[in-house]
Design a protein around this ligand. Structure first.
Ligand SMILES: *[C@@H]1O[C@H](CO)[C@@H](O)[C@H](O)[C@H]1NC(C)=O
Ligand SMILES: *[C@@H]1O[C@H](CO)[C@@H](O)[C@H](O)[C@H]1NC(C)=O
Length: 410
């Protein structure tokens, strides 16, 4: 009896240390806090896998727990007025200063797109609510935080199209006037998958010949920018890094396009490129777009191109993978050169680091003004960690620098 108890205790101890311990680089600050945070995420992820395996609830359905757990009811207070509205059929939360400015005084505006791999997240999560309020109080801005629909219930291009509809709706002069928004000072911004959507809508908007009002800036926080090469040096270096291991990012990508698991497996092996995307591999060739320090000792090998296989069931899958609305890096320089000035934030310990760095190189070569802020001890998702009990010093620093850039450039 007793030995059984000890055995169970030992097992529990071993499991706990296995769970809590993750190899986190020494230069990451507040390492223990990150280990515990990551432990929570990994446990949930394992639970989600199990739940999907036994057919209880699908993986992303369980992972949505994080979104619900952090959900708040965005309320107006003496400084910020909050309203929930519909823009062309899409839910948005609008934050604006409670105090009316002087007559005819116009404000900056930020259209904000939350992260969560197109599958998770909500503008109503605590950290996004906090971020939006800060933009109102520090910048006097109007913030439109978009509640776009999510995969896997709504695959690509639905999330993109929702965001695009909101942007087009908001940029109409009559709508801008209603919010006292200055047509010359509008930015689109987002983190992670939100950064992907922000980059994609910025490009798309340039292609509209009748678009009167254009964006002044785009601010991309550790954005996802390409699905063709999921073995860049940062994918390799950070494949087990909290809180976005490579498996989870690959899962997000595949779920964005389809619920067919074949794509997930092909993407894990980096063998998901078809002849359709082969011609575009040059746009994500990290041996030409990554500065030396990021390349380190990794050798470039172009992802293989596979003619048949998982593309069979739905022919438009390879079409989606090659679509710049999903991978904004897949456009020629001519589609980049008239983009508004950009802010790109990247983190060293992030599978998506090289997506961001490559975009910085490509935008600069196309003549776009870019501010690149790289955090050598940063990890993916840090900007979401600004609230107790998972508040990180680095999250606050990022938030401060990001808002400062908007203050000076918008
Ligand atoms: C990638 O770039 C390198 C060096 O610039 C070049 O030698 C190689 O052919 C390129 N490969 C692809 C697939 O674009
Ligand atoms: C793919 O095909 C389906 C049905 O044929 C269609 O409903 C869907 O919109 C297509 N997706 C894309 C991205 O073209």
């Amino acid at each position: 009896m007793r030995s059984k108890g000890i055995f169970l205790l030992l097992l529990l101890g071993a499991l706990t240390s296995y769970y809590v311990y993750s190899p986190i680089p020494n230069d990451i600050e507040e390492k223990w806090k990150l280990m515990f945070t990551d432990c929570f995420f990994r446990s949930l992820s394992n639970l989600a896998d199990l739940s999907e395996l036994v057919g209880l609830k699908d993986y992303m359905g369980v992972m949505m727990f994080i979104t619900f757990a952090e959900r708040v009811v965005p309320l107006s207070d003496e400084r910020v007025q909050v309203t929930e509205e519909m823009f062309d059929g899409v839910e948005v939360v609008v934050y604006q200063p409670s105090q009316q400015g002087g007559v005819g005084e116009l404000r900056r505006a930020v259209i904000y797109l939350h992260g969560g791999g197109w599958c998770l997240g909500s503008s109503r999560m605590g950290p996004y609510d906090f971020l939006s309020r800060k933009m109102v109080t520090d910048l006097g801005a109007v913030v439109v935080s978009v509640e776009y629909r999510l995969a896997p219930a709504h695959h690509f291009p639905v999330p993109f199209e929702d965001v695009y509809r909101v942007v087009k709706h908001f940029l109409q002069p009559v709508v801008l006037a209603r919010y006292h928004a200055d047509p010359g000072r509008i930015a689109v911004s987002g983190d992670s998958a939100g950064g992907n959507l922000a980059a994609a809508v910025s490009q798309k908007l340039l292609q509209e010949p009748e678009q009167e009002v254009q964006l002044k800036a785009q601010a991309l926080i550790y954005p996802v920018l390409q699905a063709l090469d999921l073995n860049t040096p940062s994918y390799q270096q950070n494949q087990h890094m909290p809180i976005l291991p490579r498996t989870l990012m690959v899962r997000f990508w595949s779920e964005y396009f389809t619920s067919d698991k074949a794509l997930f497996h092909a993407m894990m092996a980096n063998t998901h490129n078809s002849p359709e995307s082969a011609a575009l591999l040059k746009f994500v060739n990290w041996s030409s777009f990554l500065p030396e320090p990021y390349r380190q000792a990794y050798n470039y090998r172009a992802p293989p191109v596979v003619a048949t296989g998982m593309h069979r069931p739905s022919n438009n899958l390879s079409h989606s993978i090659a679509d710049p609305r999903a991978s904004p890096l897949l456009v020629p320089d001519t589609a980049l050169q008239h983009l508004p000035k950009a802010y790109v934030l990247t983190c060293e310990y992030d599978v998506l680091r090289d997506d961001g760095v490559m975009y910085v190189t490509r935008l600069r070569r196309a003549g776009v003004e870019v501010t690149h802020e790289h955090y050598p001890s940063g990890f993916h998702g840090a900007l979401m960690f600004t609230l107790w009990p998972t508040d990180f010093e680095i999250g606050h620093r990022m938030l401060g620098n990001y808002v400062k850039w908007l203050k000076e450039n918008l």
